[in-house]
Design a protein around this ligand. Structure first.
Ligand SMILES: *Cc1c(COP(=O)(O)O)cnc(C)c1O
Length: 383
């Protein structure tokens, strides 16, 4: 095939462009770790926790091995387990409900809002009633800030307070976003995030962090992070994990955090250009009042009658990748289909799983490339 006839492939996420921008700073940071050899609990871990606290406004930051561990560790610290119900949206990455099920508690799936894809508070209320009918004790709610947009934390917080639930914010996709002028990290008892490479703030492996203003919770989390450690290394006072973030990843994140605010601004510009170019042909994502987004994904909905597979194939033929987050909601997955769903069912989750599709999104998506994507989407929708 003639190379010149094939359109240049567009990356879905351009981690290489970010690395070029960071220049030698990442290499130097890694070399520093290779020199001091404190691969576990090195000075960069402490520095990163301080920098993340500063960025988010949270009083305590506990870094950990992944976003999944971040969720799990908070549930463990609060003794969530058998007989308890924890409410989470079904239209999310599986780790949200998985962390609940791993503790022995029951994830109760609730529906999401049609406009923001985030937790529907009325469905949450129905879910709490459903849990009680099943003889479960409502313990916690895990709102997800899906695709980078913060959930409606005031509304969820009000229900949680009335029902005596604690809130664990799953901000794995949205660290760096804000709600009513406050950055995520301080809007719940605890906030979990992930540094998986494809997240808006990613490292070069697995990593995560927990944010909280509760000093005693932070202390328990630090114990759980190291096998439930007590006063010394060989004193175990509770069950825990090997849940640490390694020093190398912390060193890399410290460099990436320096440009993160700028990258979030660039992602917002990309989102604005998509909205201008596509708003009249597909359903583009909308931000609720008071919410900002890190645009972890730019997820559109296709008009009625537009075949999603055909649409994806048309873009692929032009070198433009797409992805479906999520083709199944959690309650439709084999591993989770026996857990309860809120009364009234989850019609919005099910509809979204059928008609969403995500376009390339990253801070380094230049305007000519984006115009190519926009033209391809417009063409594919109209055929
Ligand atoms: C990525 C993600 C997680 C899990 O993070 P890992 O670091 O991959 O364990 C949890 N929740 C949501 C919503 C995610 O997108």
């Amino acid at each position: 095939m003639n190379q010149h006839l094939r359109p240049e492939p567009v990356p879905f996420i351009d981690i290489a462009a970010q690395r070029r921008r960071l220049g030698p700073s990442i290499d130097e940071a890694v070399t520093r770790v290779l020199t001091h050899c404190q691969f576990i609990n090195g000075p960069e871990v402490t520095q990163l926790e301080a920098a993340l606290a500063d960025f988010s406004g949270a009083q305590h930051v506990v870094t950990c091995a992944s976003g999944t561990d971040a969720l799990l560790m908070v549930l463990m610290a609060r003794n969530v387990g058998r007989g308890d119900a924890v409410f989470c949206p079904s239209f999310t990455f599986c780790a949200t409900g998985e962390a609940v099920a791993l503790t022995g508690a029951v994830p109760v799936f609730v529906d999401v809002d049609d406009a923001t894809f985030n937790m529907d508070v009325n469905s949450l209320k129905r879910g709490i009633a459903t849990a009680r009918k099943h003889g479960l004790t409502p313990k916690a709610v895990i709102p997800v800030d899906l695709f980078g947009q913060s959930a409606d934390h005031d509304a969820i917080g009000a229900v949680a307070e009335a029902e005596d639930l604690f809130v664990l914010d799953d901000a794995a996709q949205a660290f760096g976003a804000s709600y009513k002028g406050r950055r995520l990290g301080t809007l719940a008892l605890a906030t979990a995030t992930s540094f998986f490479p494809a997240k808006p703030l990613g490292c070069y492996g697995d990593g995560g962090a927990i944010f909280t203003d509760d000093a005693s919770l932070a202390q328990t989390l630090r114990s759980i992070r190291v096998h439930g450690q007590g006063s010394d290394k060989y004193d175990n006072v509770r069950l825990g994990l090997t849940g640490r973030l390694d020093t190398m990843q912390a060193a890399i994140l410290l460099e990436k955090l320096k440009i993160f605010e700028d990258e979030v601004a660039a992602r917002n510009q990309v989102a604005e250009r998509y909205a201008r170019g596509l708003g009249n042909v597909v359903s583009v994502p909308r931000l609720a009042g008071g919410c900002t987004s890190t645009w972890a994904q730019y997820t559109i909905r296709l008009p009625d009658g537009c075949d999603r597979d055909g649409f994806a194939a048309a873009l692929k033929a032009q070198g433009i990748p797409t992805a479906i987050y999520y083709p199944k909601s959690m309650h439709q997955q084999t591993a989770y289909r026996d857990f309860p769903v809120a009364d009234g069912g989850l019609p919005v989750c099910e509809r979204l799983s059928d008609d969403v599709i995500s376009l390339p999104m990253h801070a380094y998506l230049d305007e000519p490339t984006q115009q190519r994507i926009i033209a391809a989407v417009r063409g594919a929708v109209s055929t």
